[in-house]
Design a protein around this ligand. Sequence first.
Ligand SMILES: *[C@@H]1O[C@H](CO)[C@@H](O)[C@H](O)[C@H]1NC(C)=O
Ligand SMILES: *[C@@H]1O[C@H](CO)[C@@H](O)[C@H](O)[C@H]1NC(C)=O
Ligand SMILES: *[C@@H]1O[C@H](CO)[C@@H](O)[C@H](O)[C@H]1NC(C)=O
Length: 370
Amino acid sequence: MAFKFHYVVVLVLLNSIKYGISQDIDLTKGASFIFGDSLVDAGNNNYMQTLSKADTPPNGIDFQASGGNPTGRFTNGRTIGDIVGEELGEPGYALPFLAPNTTGKAILYGVNYASGGGGILNATGGIFVNRLSMDIQVDYFNITRKEIDKLLGASQARDYLHKNSIFSITVGSNDFLNNYLLPVISMGARIKQSPDAFVDDMINHLRGQLTRLYQLDARKFIVGNVGPIGCIPYQKTINQLSENECVSLPNKLALQYNAKLKDLLQELNENLGGATFVLANVYDLVMELITNYAKYGFTTASTACCGNGGQYAGIIPCSPTSSLCSERDKHVFWDPYHPSEAANVIIAKQLMDGDDRYISPMNLRHLRDL
Ligand SMILES: *[C@@H]1O[C@H](CO)[C@@H](O)[C@H](O)[C@H]1NC(C)=O
Ligand SMILES: *[C@@H]1O[C@H](CO)[C@@H](O)[C@H](O)[C@H]1NC(C)=O
Ligand SMILES: *[C@@H]1O[C@H](CO)[C@@H](O)[C@H](O)[C@H]1NC(C)=O
Protein backbone atom coordinates (compact mmCIF):
# COMPACT_ATOMS: atom_id res chain seq x y z
CA MET A 1 0.00 0.00 0.00
CA ALA A 2 2.67 2.42 1.07
CA PHE A 3 4.69 1.43 -1.94
CA LYS A 4 1.75 2.08 -4.28
CA PHE A 5 1.05 5.47 -2.73
CA HIS A 6 4.62 6.58 -3.20
CA TYR A 7 4.57 5.27 -6.70
CA VAL A 8 1.55 7.42 -7.57
CA VAL A 9 3.08 10.51 -5.99
CA VAL A 10 6.31 10.02 -7.88
CA LEU A 11 4.44 9.46 -11.12
CA VAL A 12 2.38 12.62 -10.67
CA LEU A 13 5.51 14.60 -9.84
CA LEU A 14 7.34 13.25 -12.86
CA ASN A 15 4.43 14.03 -15.13
CA SER A 16 4.07 17.55 -13.84
CA ILE A 17 7.76 18.10 -14.41
CA LYS A 18 7.44 16.63 -17.88
CA TYR A 19 4.21 18.21 -19.06
CA GLY A 20 3.03 20.72 -16.47
CA ILE A 21 5.12 23.61 -17.61
CA SER A 22 4.47 23.26 -21.30
CA GLN A 23 0.75 23.11 -20.52
CA ASP A 24 0.43 26.62 -19.12
CA ILE A 25 3.33 28.19 -21.01
CA ASP A 26 3.07 28.04 -24.77
CA LEU A 27 6.66 27.38 -25.78
CA THR A 28 5.83 27.73 -29.47
CA LYS A 29 5.37 31.49 -29.07
CA GLY A 30 9.08 31.85 -28.41
CA ALA A 31 11.23 34.15 -26.35
CA SER A 32 13.62 37.06 -26.71
CA PHE A 33 16.86 37.23 -24.78
CA ILE A 34 17.93 40.85 -24.95
CA PHE A 35 21.47 42.17 -24.38
CA GLY A 36 22.80 45.68 -24.70
CA ASP A 37 22.61 49.23 -23.41
CA SER A 38 20.04 51.91 -22.57
CA LEU A 39 18.46 51.61 -26.01
CA VAL A 40 16.92 48.34 -24.81
CA ASP A 41 17.25 48.40 -20.98
CA ALA A 42 13.83 47.46 -19.58
CA GLY A 43 14.62 48.24 -15.94
CA ASN A 44 17.82 46.50 -14.84
CA ASN A 45 19.41 49.77 -13.76
CA ASN A 46 16.51 50.35 -11.33
CA TYR A 47 18.10 47.62 -9.20
CA MET A 48 21.59 49.12 -9.12
CA GLN A 49 23.33 52.06 -7.52
CA THR A 50 24.03 53.94 -10.71
CA LEU A 51 23.90 57.40 -12.21
CA SER A 52 22.36 55.95 -15.37
CA LYS A 53 18.66 55.64 -14.53
CA ALA A 54 15.30 56.34 -16.12
CA ASP A 55 13.15 55.70 -13.06
CA THR A 56 11.48 59.10 -12.86
CA PRO A 57 8.66 60.64 -14.91
CA PRO A 58 8.13 61.60 -17.65
CA ASN A 59 10.13 58.56 -18.82
CA GLY A 60 7.57 55.86 -19.62
CA ILE A 61 4.72 58.36 -19.98
CA ASP A 62 3.39 56.46 -23.02
CA PHE A 63 4.17 52.92 -21.77
CA GLN A 64 0.74 51.33 -21.57
CA ALA A 65 1.69 48.25 -19.57
CA SER A 66 2.74 50.45 -16.61
CA GLY A 67 -0.06 52.96 -17.01
CA GLY A 68 2.45 55.62 -18.02
CA ASN A 69 4.68 55.15 -14.99
CA PRO A 70 8.45 54.96 -15.40
CA THR A 71 9.83 51.42 -15.70
CA GLY A 72 13.51 52.15 -16.21
CA ARG A 73 13.14 52.34 -19.98
CA PHE A 74 15.03 55.29 -21.44
CA THR A 75 12.19 56.43 -23.67
CA ASN A 76 8.57 57.56 -23.48
CA GLY A 77 7.11 54.17 -24.41
CA ARG A 78 8.29 50.84 -25.73
CA THR A 79 11.87 50.08 -26.69
CA ILE A 80 12.78 48.45 -29.98
CA GLY A 81 13.14 45.17 -28.05
CA ASP A 82 9.59 45.45 -26.68
CA ILE A 83 8.06 46.19 -30.08
CA VAL A 84 9.98 43.43 -31.84
CA GLY A 85 8.84 40.99 -29.13
CA GLU A 86 5.20 41.95 -29.81
CA GLU A 87 5.68 41.60 -33.56
CA LEU A 88 7.27 38.18 -33.11
CA GLY A 89 4.10 37.15 -31.27
CA GLU A 90 5.74 36.66 -27.88
CA PRO A 91 3.27 36.63 -25.01
CA GLY A 92 5.01 39.23 -22.82
CA TYR A 93 7.94 41.63 -22.68
CA ALA A 94 11.27 40.06 -21.72
CA LEU A 95 11.68 40.75 -17.99
CA PRO A 96 14.72 42.53 -16.53
CA PHE A 97 17.16 39.94 -15.20
CA LEU A 98 17.68 41.86 -11.94
CA ALA A 99 13.95 42.24 -11.14
CA PRO A 100 13.04 40.10 -8.11
CA ASN A 101 10.09 38.47 -9.87
CA THR A 102 12.14 37.33 -12.85
CA THR A 103 12.17 33.76 -11.57
CA GLY A 104 10.53 30.43 -12.27
CA LYS A 105 8.51 29.95 -15.42
CA ALA A 106 8.47 33.69 -16.17
CA ILE A 107 11.99 33.38 -17.60
CA LEU A 108 10.66 31.18 -20.40
CA TYR A 109 9.03 34.30 -21.88
CA GLY A 110 12.52 35.77 -22.29
CA VAL A 111 14.90 37.79 -20.16
CA ASN A 112 16.43 41.21 -20.66
CA TYR A 113 20.02 41.78 -19.48
CA ALA A 114 20.52 45.23 -21.02
CA SER A 115 21.84 48.04 -18.90
CA GLY A 116 22.03 51.79 -19.41
CA GLY A 117 25.67 52.85 -19.71
CA GLY A 118 26.85 49.35 -20.58
CA GLY A 119 29.22 48.58 -23.41
CA ILE A 120 31.25 45.85 -25.04
CA LEU A 121 34.31 46.78 -23.02
CA ASN A 122 34.39 46.49 -19.25
CA ALA A 123 35.70 50.01 -18.75
CA THR A 124 32.87 51.61 -20.72
CA GLY A 125 30.33 53.59 -18.70
CA GLY A 126 32.60 53.90 -15.68
CA ILE A 127 31.39 57.48 -15.18
CA PHE A 128 27.98 56.08 -14.18
CA VAL A 129 29.63 54.08 -11.34
CA ASN A 130 27.61 50.91 -12.02
CA ARG A 131 26.23 49.30 -15.18
CA LEU A 132 26.24 45.78 -16.60
CA SER A 133 28.80 45.42 -19.36
CA MET A 134 28.49 42.66 -21.96
CA ASP A 135 30.82 40.22 -20.18
CA ILE A 136 28.56 40.34 -17.13
CA GLN A 137 25.36 40.15 -19.18
CA VAL A 138 26.62 36.90 -20.71
CA ASP A 139 27.55 35.62 -17.22
CA TYR A 140 23.96 36.34 -16.18
CA PHE A 141 22.59 34.48 -19.19
CA ASN A 142 24.69 31.52 -18.05
CA ILE A 143 22.66 31.60 -14.81
CA THR A 144 19.36 31.76 -16.74
CA ARG A 145 20.57 28.92 -18.96
CA LYS A 146 20.87 26.59 -15.98
CA GLU A 147 17.39 27.60 -14.77
CA ILE A 148 15.92 26.76 -18.17
CA ASP A 149 17.52 23.31 -17.96
CA LYS A 150 15.83 22.82 -14.59
CA LEU A 151 12.45 23.94 -15.92
CA LEU A 152 12.39 22.01 -19.19
CA GLY A 153 14.99 19.29 -18.91
CA ALA A 154 18.23 19.36 -20.87
CA SER A 155 16.95 18.25 -24.24
CA GLN A 156 13.78 20.37 -24.42
CA ALA A 157 15.78 23.33 -23.10
CA ARG A 158 18.33 23.02 -25.88
CA ASP A 159 15.57 22.72 -28.46
CA TYR A 160 13.77 25.76 -27.10
CA LEU A 161 16.92 27.86 -27.25
CA HIS A 162 17.94 26.64 -30.69
CA LYS A 163 14.57 27.02 -32.40
CA ASN A 164 12.29 29.34 -30.45
CA SER A 165 14.60 31.93 -28.97
CA ILE A 166 15.95 35.12 -30.53
CA PHE A 167 19.10 36.66 -29.08
CA SER A 168 19.35 40.39 -29.72
CA ILE A 169 22.45 42.45 -29.03
CA THR A 170 22.26 46.26 -29.14
CA VAL A 171 25.56 47.61 -27.93
CA GLY A 172 28.58 49.70 -28.91
CA SER A 173 27.42 53.34 -28.68
CA ASN A 174 28.66 53.72 -25.12
CA ASP A 175 32.07 52.35 -26.00
CA PHE A 176 32.43 55.55 -28.02
CA LEU A 177 30.24 58.08 -26.19
CA ASN A 178 31.09 57.00 -22.66
CA ASN A 179 34.58 55.71 -23.16
CA TYR A 180 36.70 56.55 -26.19
CA LEU A 181 35.25 60.00 -26.84
CA LEU A 182 35.04 61.15 -23.23
CA PRO A 183 37.37 64.00 -22.50
CA VAL A 184 39.81 63.59 -19.59
CA ILE A 185 38.72 60.11 -18.48
CA SER A 186 39.70 58.43 -21.72
CA MET A 187 42.68 60.61 -22.51
CA GLY A 188 44.89 57.69 -21.66
CA ALA A 189 43.04 55.30 -23.97
CA ARG A 190 42.99 57.78 -26.81
CA ILE A 191 46.68 58.49 -26.57
CA LYS A 192 47.49 54.78 -26.31
CA GLN A 193 45.07 53.53 -28.96
CA SER A 194 44.34 54.71 -32.48
CA PRO A 195 40.66 54.55 -33.51
CA ASP A 196 41.54 51.42 -35.49
CA ALA A 197 43.08 49.68 -32.50
CA PHE A 198 40.14 50.65 -30.27
CA VAL A 199 37.59 49.34 -32.79
CA ASP A 200 39.59 46.10 -33.14
CA ASP A 201 39.52 45.74 -29.38
CA MET A 202 35.72 46.11 -29.40
CA ILE A 203 35.32 43.56 -32.21
CA ASN A 204 37.59 41.03 -30.50
CA HIS A 205 35.66 41.29 -27.25
CA LEU A 206 32.32 41.04 -29.04
CA ARG A 207 33.52 37.93 -30.90
CA GLY A 208 34.25 36.34 -27.52
CA GLN A 209 30.87 37.36 -26.09
CA LEU A 210 28.86 36.07 -29.08
CA THR A 211 30.84 32.84 -29.08
CA ARG A 212 30.06 32.32 -25.40
CA LEU A 213 26.34 32.80 -26.13
CA TYR A 214 26.67 30.21 -28.89
CA GLN A 215 28.30 27.81 -26.43
CA LEU A 216 25.25 28.35 -24.22
CA ASP A 217 22.96 27.28 -27.12
CA ALA A 218 22.04 30.62 -28.68
CA ARG A 219 21.52 30.09 -32.43
CA LYS A 220 19.34 32.92 -33.77
CA PHE A 221 21.15 36.22 -33.33
CA ILE A 222 20.33 39.76 -34.33
CA VAL A 223 23.16 42.21 -33.75
CA GLY A 224 22.64 45.95 -34.19
CA ASN A 225 25.36 48.21 -35.49
CA VAL A 226 26.06 51.60 -33.91
CA GLY A 227 23.72 54.42 -34.97
CA PRO A 228 24.75 57.89 -36.13
CA ILE A 229 25.86 59.00 -32.66
CA GLY A 230 27.18 62.28 -34.06
CA CYS A 231 23.57 63.30 -34.81
CA ILE A 232 22.01 62.89 -31.35
CA PRO A 233 20.74 66.07 -29.65
CA TYR A 234 23.50 65.81 -27.03
CA GLN A 235 26.29 65.92 -29.61
CA LYS A 236 24.57 68.59 -31.71
CA THR A 237 24.04 70.78 -28.66
CA ILE A 238 27.50 70.61 -27.13
CA ASN A 239 29.09 71.19 -30.53
CA GLN A 240 26.63 74.01 -31.35
CA LEU A 241 25.72 72.62 -34.74
CA SER A 242 22.96 73.83 -37.02
CA GLU A 243 19.78 71.80 -37.66
CA ASN A 244 21.12 69.73 -40.55
CA GLU A 245 24.65 69.05 -39.33
CA CYS A 246 26.10 66.12 -37.43
CA VAL A 247 29.40 65.81 -35.57
CA SER A 248 31.76 63.95 -37.84
CA LEU A 249 34.19 62.12 -35.51
CA PRO A 250 31.54 60.06 -33.65
CA ASN A 251 29.86 59.11 -36.93
CA LYS A 252 33.19 58.22 -38.46
CA LEU A 253 34.04 55.94 -35.53
CA ALA A 254 30.60 54.33 -35.72
CA LEU A 255 31.05 53.61 -39.45
CA GLN A 256 34.51 52.19 -38.83
CA TYR A 257 33.11 49.83 -36.18
CA ASN A 258 30.09 48.96 -38.35
CA ALA A 259 32.26 47.86 -41.27
CA LYS A 260 34.19 45.48 -39.03
CA LEU A 261 31.02 44.25 -37.33
CA LYS A 262 29.67 43.23 -40.74
CA ASP A 263 32.82 41.17 -41.36
CA LEU A 264 32.63 39.65 -37.89
CA LEU A 265 29.06 38.45 -38.38
CA GLN A 266 29.95 36.97 -41.75
CA GLU A 267 32.87 35.16 -40.12
CA LEU A 268 30.66 33.79 -37.34
CA ASN A 269 27.99 32.70 -39.84
CA GLU A 270 30.68 30.63 -41.54
CA ASN A 271 32.40 29.31 -38.43
CA LEU A 272 29.67 28.60 -35.89
CA GLY A 273 27.67 25.69 -37.27
CA GLY A 274 23.88 25.97 -37.13
CA ALA A 275 23.93 29.61 -36.03
CA THR A 276 22.46 32.55 -37.95
CA PHE A 277 23.75 36.04 -37.27
CA VAL A 278 21.59 38.81 -38.69
CA LEU A 279 22.93 42.35 -38.95
CA ALA A 280 20.56 45.20 -38.07
CA ASN A 281 21.72 48.29 -39.92
CA VAL A 282 20.63 50.75 -37.25
CA TYR A 283 23.00 53.38 -38.61
CA ASP A 284 21.31 53.71 -42.01
CA LEU A 285 17.84 53.29 -40.55
CA VAL A 286 18.24 56.10 -38.01
CA MET A 287 20.07 58.26 -40.56
CA GLU A 288 17.12 57.85 -42.92
CA LEU A 289 14.73 58.94 -40.14
CA ILE A 290 16.92 61.94 -39.34
CA THR A 291 17.40 63.03 -42.94
CA ASN A 292 13.82 62.51 -44.12
CA TYR A 293 12.03 63.00 -40.81
CA ALA A 294 9.09 64.88 -42.36
CA LYS A 295 8.32 61.94 -44.64
CA TYR A 296 7.74 59.81 -41.50
CA GLY A 297 5.48 62.37 -39.82
CA PHE A 298 8.06 63.97 -37.52
CA THR A 299 8.48 67.72 -37.10
CA THR A 300 12.03 67.57 -35.75
CA ALA A 301 15.00 65.22 -35.74
CA SER A 302 17.28 67.53 -33.81
CA THR A 303 15.44 68.68 -30.67
CA ALA A 304 14.88 66.28 -27.79
CA CYS A 305 11.28 66.04 -26.59
CA CYS A 306 12.38 65.81 -22.95
CA GLY A 307 15.58 67.47 -21.86
CA ASN A 308 17.17 70.81 -21.14
CA GLY A 309 20.03 72.97 -22.25
CA GLY A 310 21.18 74.61 -25.44
CA GLN A 311 19.47 74.82 -28.77
CA TYR A 312 18.29 71.20 -28.86
CA ALA A 313 17.44 70.54 -25.20
CA GLY A 314 20.39 68.22 -25.41
CA ILE A 315 22.54 68.69 -22.33
CA ILE A 316 20.58 67.65 -19.24
CA PRO A 317 18.90 64.20 -19.29
CA CYS A 318 15.13 63.81 -19.08
CA SER A 319 13.81 64.30 -15.54
CA PRO A 320 10.69 65.63 -13.78
CA THR A 321 12.04 69.19 -14.11
CA SER A 322 12.77 68.95 -17.84
CA SER A 323 10.82 70.79 -20.44
CA LEU A 324 8.51 68.35 -22.22
CA CYS A 325 7.37 68.74 -25.81
CA SER A 326 3.65 68.78 -26.55
CA GLU A 327 3.61 66.16 -29.33
CA ARG A 328 5.84 63.27 -28.37
CA ASP A 329 5.24 61.33 -31.55
CA LYS A 330 6.50 64.24 -33.64
CA HIS A 331 10.07 64.00 -32.27
CA VAL A 332 12.60 61.48 -33.52
CA PHE A 333 14.44 61.86 -30.19
CA TRP A 334 12.81 61.44 -26.82
CA ASP A 335 15.79 62.77 -24.84
CA PRO A 336 19.35 63.92 -25.61
CA TYR A 337 20.42 60.33 -26.40
CA HIS A 338 17.47 58.06 -27.14
CA PRO A 339 14.83 57.75 -29.87
CA SER A 340 11.16 58.24 -29.09
CA GLU A 341 8.70 55.36 -29.14
CA ALA A 342 7.40 56.67 -32.49
CA ALA A 343 10.91 56.30 -33.95
CA ASN A 344 11.33 52.89 -32.30
CA VAL A 345 8.12 51.66 -33.95
CA ILE A 346 9.44 52.55 -37.41
CA ILE A 347 12.83 50.99 -36.70
CA ALA A 348 11.30 47.78 -35.29
CA LYS A 349 8.99 47.41 -38.30
CA GLN A 350 11.98 47.53 -40.66
CA LEU A 351 13.87 44.95 -38.63
CA MET A 352 10.84 42.69 -38.69
CA ASP A 353 9.86 42.95 -42.36
CA GLY A 354 12.45 45.15 -44.08
CA ASP A 355 14.86 44.28 -46.86
CA ASP A 356 18.65 43.97 -46.91
CA ARG A 357 19.25 47.72 -46.81
CA TYR A 358 18.38 47.50 -43.14
CA ILE A 359 18.44 43.86 -42.11
CA SER A 360 20.56 41.11 -43.64
CA PRO A 361 20.97 38.36 -44.67
CA MET A 362 17.30 37.98 -43.64
CA ASN A 363 14.72 39.90 -41.64
CA LEU A 364 13.46 38.91 -38.21
CA ARG A 365 10.31 37.29 -39.51
CA HIS A 366 12.42 34.89 -41.53
CA LEU A 367 14.88 34.37 -38.69
CA ARG A 368 12.02 33.41 -36.37
CA ASP A 369 10.60 30.95 -38.88
CA LEU A 370 13.93 29.19 -39.58
C1 LIG B 1 7.27 41.97 -12.07
O1 LIG B 1 7.23 43.15 -11.34
C2 LIG B 1 7.05 44.29 -12.14
C3 LIG B 1 7.22 45.50 -11.27
O2 LIG B 1 6.66 45.33 -10.01
C4 LIG B 1 5.70 44.21 -12.81
O3 LIG B 1 5.51 45.34 -13.64
C5 LIG B 1 5.66 42.98 -13.66
O4 LIG B 1 4.40 42.83 -14.25
C6 LIG B 1 5.97 41.76 -12.85
N1 LIG B 1 6.10 40.64 -13.74
C7 LIG B 1 5.60 39.44 -13.47
C8 LIG B 1 5.85 38.37 -14.47
O5 LIG B 1 4.97 39.21 -12.47
C1 LIG C 1 35.57 42.04 -17.58
O1 LIG C 1 34.90 41.74 -16.40
C2 LIG C 1 34.48 40.38 -16.32
C3 LIG C 1 33.59 40.23 -15.11
O2 LIG C 1 34.10 40.88 -14.00
C4 LIG C 1 35.68 39.47 -16.32
O3 LIG C 1 35.29 38.13 -16.26
C5 LIG C 1 36.46 39.71 -17.59
O4 LIG C 1 37.65 38.96 -17.59
C6 LIG C 1 36.80 41.18 -17.74
N1 LIG C 1 37.39 41.36 -19.05
C7 LIG C 1 38.51 42.05 -19.22
C8 LIG C 1 39.01 42.14 -20.60
O5 LIG C 1 39.09 42.61 -18.30
C1 LIG D 1 28.86 28.85 -17.49
O1 LIG D 1 29.05 28.60 -16.13
C2 LIG D 1 29.83 27.42 -15.84
C3 LIG D 1 29.96 27.33 -14.33
O2 LIG D 1 28.72 27.25 -13.74
C4 LIG D 1 31.18 27.50 -16.46
O3 LIG D 1 31.88 26.30 -16.24
C5 LIG D 1 31.05 27.74 -17.96
O4 LIG D 1 32.32 27.94 -18.53
C6 LIG D 1 30.18 28.97 -18.22
N1 LIG D 1 29.96 29.08 -19.65
C7 LIG D 1 30.19 30.20 -20.33
C8 LIG D 1 30.01 30.12 -21.81
O5 LIG D 1 30.51 31.24 -19.82
